[in-house]
Structure formats: C-alpha cells, structure tokens
Design a binder for this molecule. Structure first.
Ligand code: PLP
Length: 359
C-alpha cells in the first residue's frame, strides 16, 4: 500500500479560505455581529409561515427548475423566464458562470479589493485572477480594467456597489467601459447590494443587460431580502448564458423552502424595502456621525461602511469588539462595518469616537 493521498487538482493549492464574518460573542453583555453584511431583521411573519408550510414536504426533492420563483422573477423584472437562472446564493451562480466560461489558461478580471469570494472561485476554476487596484477614491478603475483585457480574458466581475468599499459605478462610465469589452467576454454585474443604492446615476444592471448579450446581472435574496441562511440567488442573462447556468447547476441545489420563501419575499417586497429604507437612513446617520468625528469615510451605497485604517485596522477591530460590536477587519487595509439595528450602530459610532480620541 502506498502512503500517498488521493491526487487533488493542483489549482486547489494555496486557495485562500473564505473567512466568514466572526459571530457575535454569546453570554455576558450583548454583542452585535456587524461582520457579514447580513440583514439585522428576522424574516417577516408571512415568510416564516411559508417556510413552516414548505417544511412539511422536506421528504420530497425541490422543483428542480424553480418554476414558480423563475416566473415571479421574470414578471418582476420584465424579462423572459428563459433569461433567469437561479442558484445556491449568487456566489453559487457566480461559480457556475466561471464553470461555464473559464478554465486553465484563461483570465478573469476584477477590481481589488472587492468581494472575497472572487479569488477563491476563480482559482478553483483553474483560470488566473487579474486584479486591478481600486482608485484612490476606493471606486473601480474601469479604464485600467479595460486595459487589463487580453486574448485570454473570459470573464470580468464588476461589483456594484463594491464589497467592501461600498463605492458605485455610474451609468456613463459603465457604458463607456462595456463599449471597450470584446463581445465574447462575459461581464458580470454583481449587484448584491443594489437595493441599498440611492444614487440615480447608478444604473440598474437589468437596464444595461437588455441590449448587451455579454452582460449578466447577479442578484441575491441574502441581503436586502434577509434570506442569507436559505441560499438563493439568481442571474439575469441572455439565453446562451442563462442556459449554460442551467447546465452547470447542482441538481436540486435550491431547496423548496428557499424557493417558496423567495417567492413570499417578492410578494412582501414593499414591507421588506421599508426595512431597507430604514437601514439606508441608519447608514447616513452613521456616516455623518463618523465624519463629525473627523473620519474620512468613502461614499457608500451598500449596507456597510468602509474605513481605510491601514496599520490600525486590527487595533480598531479589537476596540469595537470590546465595545460590543464584531466588525470585519482586512488587516493592513481597513474595516468593513455592516449597518444594523440602531443600538448596534450607536455602539459602533461611540467606539469609533473613543478610538479617535486615543490616536
Ligand atoms: C453577499 C454578497 C453576495 C451574495 O452572496 P449569496 O451567495 O447570494 O449569499 C454576492 N456578491 C457580493 C459582492 C456580496 O457581498
């Protein structure tokens, strides 16, 4: 018997592991988790009732085609049902897009820093990541991204608003960029935080994709709709791409509970978007609090704020934790802090003030 272990794909070596936001400490004083961009509000009673009802059929496989959800989404966005592809969270759909487009020898372009899942899923695909640094104002450098396109480029992520900086790409610059992208390169507009945007110059990806067959829009029920635990997201894309997504889907990946809760959430959209409004109001309150203390805060249109703290990042995260809020540090770069319930935001703003006094 040999001592070697099963041979694994070389691409898996050195893959950074996804760091989930630290959970809030339990016991003792209340601690709030502001580290994963989750919605602080629990599911609506109507959605919970649907979940309970759907749970009665857990001995059955889910509807593999997600028919009801797909139909509802098609109606909601005014697109053909054949342009909708659902998956296990939008990260699951992003991974399917990579499976469909990219492999060894190919390149995938995206801004950096951006969503942490990108380098991981690109590396798993076997393609190479081409990371284009953000501009000094923390936004995407679309000119540099267009310059980074080569014959090997197969896919480009544009994260709008960007995680973790919260910055946005506006209509004119996005269109100018898309005009420079070869028509056989897929551009993925990751709009996980779309509902939190309040800038009219930021285009709805659905408006952009209509006359551009090489654009796919990614959306999720995890953030504004508060269903992060159920894993359901979707893409809107023209048929060849949407069809490729159906081919690469894990069979029965999206549970029936997730499908039904997503449909119920679309029905309760107005109520859910009121919560989003409340979070946006809180975001503006937090930003003006921080700016009033002298912090320079990048513009954000997501449910989080970004502070570029450099060397002080880890110390700041420690200070916040002692104050009762767990935030997300990116050591050496900065912190991302999710906007949550007012009490949690207050604790954070107060911790930031104390930290500043001691600088
Ligand atoms: C949170 C997030 C997602 C959503 O992930 P799900 O898999 O849908 O939960 C996608 N993209 C970005 C940039 C995110 O921050």
């Amino acid at each position: 018997m040999s001592e070697t272990s099963p041979r694994l794909r070389a691409q898996l070596e050195g893959i950074p592991t996804y760091k989930p936001g630290r959970p809030a400490a339990s016991g003792g004083t209340t601690t709030y988790k502001l580290s994963s961009n989750e919605n602080p509000y629990p599911p609506l009673p109507g959605v919970m009732d649907q979940v309970a009802q759907s749970a009665r059929n857990l001995h059955r496989y889910p509807d593999m085609a997600c028919t009801a959800l797909t139909g509802k989404l098609a109606e909601h966005f005014g697109v053909p049902a054949s342009h909708i592809a659902t998956g296990t969270g939008s990260v699951g759909v992003a991974q399917q897009l990579l499976q469909a487009t990219s492999g060894p020898g190919d390149e995938v372009v995206y801004a950096w820093r951006s969503f942490e899942a990108y380098p991981i899923i690109v590396q798993i695909s076997g393609a190479a990541s081409v990371q284009v640094p953000l501009r000094p104002d923390e936004g995407h450098d679309l000119d540099a991204m267009a310059d980074a396109i080569t014959d090997r480029t197969r896919m480009i992520f544009v994260c709008n608003p960007n995680n973790p900086t919260g910055t946005v790409v506006r209509r004119t610059e996005l269109k100018r960029f898309l005009d420079r992208v070869p028509s056989d390169v897929l551009v993925v507009l990751d709009e996980a935080y779309r509902e939190f945007n309040r800038d009219a110059e930021v285009p709805d990806g659905v408006e952009i994709y209509r006359d551009r067959p090489n654009v796919a829009v990614l959306r999720t029920f995890s953030k504004a709709y508060g269903l992060a635990g159920l894993r359901v997201g979707f893409a809107i894309a023209h048929e060849p791409v949407a069809e490729a997504l159906r081919k690469t889907a894990v069979p029965f990946g999206v549970s029936q509970i997730a499908q039904d809760a997503a449909v119920a959430s679309l029905h309760a959209k107005d109520q859910l978007l009121e919560r989003v409004d409340a979070l946006v109001t809180e975001r503006e309150r937090v930003i003006s609090g921080l700016r009033g203390q002298g912090w320079s805060v990048a513009e954000t249109h997501a449910n989080f704020v970004w502070l570029r703290l450099g060397e002080r990042t880890v110390d700041f995260a420690g200070a916040c934790e002692r104050a009762g809020v767990v935030i997300r540090p990116f050591p050496g770069e900065g912190v991302r802090v999710t906007i949550a319930e007012p009490e949690a935001n207050d604790l954070f703003v107060r911790a930031a003030e104390e930290f500043r006094k001691e600088l």
